[in-house]
Design a protein around this ligand. Structure first.
Ligand SMILES: [Cu+2]
Length: 66
């Protein structure tokens, strides 16, 4: 397992938390959003999914990964 912290712009409420964490789950990873810092701690299996794919999954929900 690998882990990374992503900076994500535009998350403001519980809905955003669910959208982002849900998208990561669908991509095969697990994420924990921290609204106060605008970050997401992600645990993932690098043999199954790339960081680029994780970023894409978040961006598909309408948020910017910076
Ligand atoms: Cu929201």
């Amino acid at each position: 397992m690998s882990s990374i912290t992503l900076n994500v712009k535009g998350m403001s409420c519980e809905h955003c938390v669910k959208a982002v964490e849900g998208a990561l789950q669908e991509a095969g990873a697990s994420g924990k959003v921290n609204l106060a810092s605008g970050t997401v701690d992600v645990n993932y299996d690098e043999s199954k999914v790339s960081v680029d794919k994780l970023k894409e999954a978040i961006e598909d929900q309408g948020y910017d990964v910076v």
